[in-house]
Design a protein around this ligand. Structure first.
Ligand code: AMP
Ligand code: MG
Length: 368
């Protein structure tokens, strides 16, 4: 156990003295969680094998899941790479700082602990003022996976970081709630056409506007390929069982009523405002994800909602599915992973093809 310092800063104009305190810890091999525009990252000196090993240990992260290296500008990142394709420069120009991670050939400067032994390195310049100030002050590349215990929902607030890692890390820089709420898009530039390994804060459509057609990994947690090792693990999951309910809002609302009867106080619901509006007054266990027409709002709120509704009395969390366009793609990816791919269609549920009791039994065994 160590004392985890909480260093509170203004998210827009972080105090340089406080940032320097955090930077000093990073330079000397310590672990510091900090806000990025996506989620909170758990930072460690990316060139220090011991610091990186400590990240894997405190997260309980499998050693074959490489870390993204964060830098304060593109030049510092590209110095860690070699044989850079032209698309790397085009994407960096268009989206950095921002929620896009580029997988490129490694120069060898980043140790194997960070890249999990791969000959590639994943690079990102985050867009959060606190992250940028910290990276600039640290003056070293910072490996930073999400600052949660492995498998848990990613943290979008400092309190989420503390819930998982208090006493295990040196400090958390508290810069309030993060903006995007889901992780960066990861794109592999060592293949042609480039391959989106993980949907995220920058959409496929936005990327294709800059570099033309790209490929996307076959969907779903059940058809993982080892190319991005982290993707094969269960992720973003609450302790309660989660199930995605898809369909038109009015059908989802009817399905929710049926499920609430079936589970009688043991279910929680993450729903769109439109669906909530059709439910009776006093309906309990609700967490609003925002309007169905604002998937970016749902992305921002999802992980907080999963943590909020993950109460001891709750056996199952039902999550309303969203349209898979733009950021909706990353949103649905995270919802499905939280649910370990358990997804039901509202129409099927209402037609009685699946009863709540069967639903509760379906899906994989819980790892907790
Ligand atoms: P996290 O930081 O926990 O959000 O996860 C980082 C993601 O980036 C994981 O899915 C990793 O597998 C992936 N990643 C990191 N480095 C590489 C790399 N060199 N090649 C492919 N995927 C990577
Ligand atoms: Mg993560």
């Amino acid at each position: 156990m160590r004392q985890t310092k909480v260093l509170t800063v203004d998210p827009h104009r972080p105090d340089p003295g406080t940032v320097e305190k955090a930077a000093r810890i990073l330079r000397s091999g310590g672990l510091v969680a900090f806000p990025t525009e996506t989620v909170y990252g758990l930072g460690a000196h990316a060139l220090d094998p011991n610091a990186v090993r400590a990240v894997f240990a405190v997260k309980g992260r499998p050693a074959d899941n490489p870390l993204i290296v964060h830098v304060s500008d593109a030049a510092k990142g590209f110095a860690l790479a070699k044989n850079l394709p032209a698309v790397a420069f085009a994407l960096a120009e268009a989206f950095w700082p921002g929620p896009l991670t580029l997988v490129v050939p490694s120069s060898g400067a980043v140790p194997k602990e960070t890249t999990a032994g791969l000959d590639t390195v994943a690079l990102r310049v985050p867009a959060h003022p606190v992250a940028l100030a910290l990276l600039a002050a640290a003056g070293v590349p910072v490996a930073a996976p999400s600052a949660n215990r492995s498998g848990r929902p990613s943290p979008t607030r400092a309190e989420h970081v503390l819930a998982d890692l208090d006493g295990r890390i040196d400090a958390v820089v508290d810069g309030g709630e993060t903006g995007v709420g889901v992780e960066s898009t990861v794109i592999d530039l060592t293949v042609s056409p480039p391959l989106i390994l993980r949907p995220g804060g920058v959409s496929r459509e936005q990327i294709e506007e800059v570099i033309g057609p790209v490929a996307e990994r076959a969907e779903g947690p059940s058809c993982e390929r080892p190319r991005s090792p982290g993707l094969k693990y269960r992720h973003y999951a609450p302790r309660a069982r989660a199930v995605v309910v898809s369909g038109a809002p009015d059908r989802v609302a009817q399905a929710v009523l049926k499920l609430a009867q079936g589970f009688q106080g043991r279910a929680a619901f993450l729903l769109s405002d439109e669906t909530i509006a059709t439910l009776p007054q006093g309906f309990s266990g609700l967490f609003p994800l925002g309007s169905k027409s604002a998937p970016e709002e749902a992305a921002r709120r999802l992980y907080h909602g999963l943590r909020e509704m993950d109460r001891p009395e709750v056996d199952v969390i039902f999550i309303e599915g969203y349209d898979e366009a733009g950021i909706g793609r990353a949103l649905m990816d995270r919802m499905r992973r939280a649910a370990a791919a358990a997804e039901v269609d509202a129409d099927a549920l209402l037609a009685g093809e699946l009863t709540p009791a069967e639903l509760a039994k379906s899906g994989e065994a819980r790892p907790w």
